[in-house]
Design a protein around this ligand. Structure first.
Ligand code: URA
Length: 240
């Protein structure tokens, strides 16, 4: 692999910023192949170098995978003149890694959004052929009933003629003119959850994605927070 600056290699693991790397090198706390590093500008093959930083062995990962709890009010885009995007929620060193969101959530939708720079796997997760389940928690106006579950399961045809794949609707509560439910989709058409529920006469009041494929939104993440996926989690995505 092409050689890269030491500070860039270490910062790409997400554990230290470039500024921190500089300070750690000065303190002799960065070991490269067993010897203290002299400068953040030294270049190495990231896949062939052994790094111990502040006593911890670092494993270089070619691609970055993040799980973000998207807050309402930000756009699932990489850049947009019209407002804050999910990339604006990341620290600078991650903003430089060409990350992009895996699929989109509406501006007012919250919850699980993956960000990566691994185009191949991201594409695989989004391709309709793979049928990766996406689960949403929703609160709607009106009382959801069995007939709505049946409509979801049968594969709805929306007003504009869009044929939906069979989808899951699990009612959690229905009282006082409002309902809560989980919706499971195997595809991701524009505003799909909102359109399906609107067609049942139950407009969405709140929407949050809680699962994508094998990954569940980490309950430790508050809206706007993110964490790196573990290697095991990336493997789970790969296996589908
Ligand atoms: N369906 C919607 O209607 N909105 C989203 O953000 C995601 C799925």
């Amino acid at each position: 692999m092409e050689k890269q600056r030491l500070d860039k290699i270490i910062a790409s693991t997400g554990k230290f910023s470039r500024k921190e790397v500089k300070a750690l090198i000065r303190q002799g706390l960065v070991l490269v192949n067993g010897s203290p590093a002299r400068s953040p500008e030294e270049k190495y093959d990231p896949e062939g170098v052994e790094l111990i930083v502040n006593g911890e062995t670092l494993t270089y990962r070619r691609y970055t995978w993040l799980m973000l709890n998207k807050p309402a009010g930000v756009l699932s885009a990489t850049e947009d003149g019209r407002g804050e995007t999910v990339l604006d929620l990341l620290p600078e060193e991650l903003q430089r890694q060409n990350l992009f969101p895996v699929g989109r959530l509406d501006k007012d939708t919250e919850g699980l959004l993956l960000l990566t720079n691994e185009g191949g796997l991201a594409h695989d997760l989004l391709t309709p052929r793979r049928h990766v389940d996406k689960v949403y928690y929703t609160r709607v106006a009106g009382c959801l009933a069995e007939e709505d579950c049946r409509a979801f399961l049968s594969g709805m045809i929306l007003e504009d003629g869009l044929q939906c794949l069979p989808a899951g609707l699990e009612i959690l509560s229905a009282a006082n003119g409002e309902s809560e439910a989980y919706v499971t989709l195997r595809e991701g058409k524009f505003h799909q959850v909102k359109r399906m529920l609107a067609q049942c006469g139950k407009p969405v009041l709140y929407l949050k994605r809680v699962r994508m494929g094998n990954l569940t939104l980490d309950p430790e993440l508050s809206p706007g927070e993110f964490r790196f996926l573990t290697e095991e989690e990336v493997e789970l995505l790969r296996k589908g």
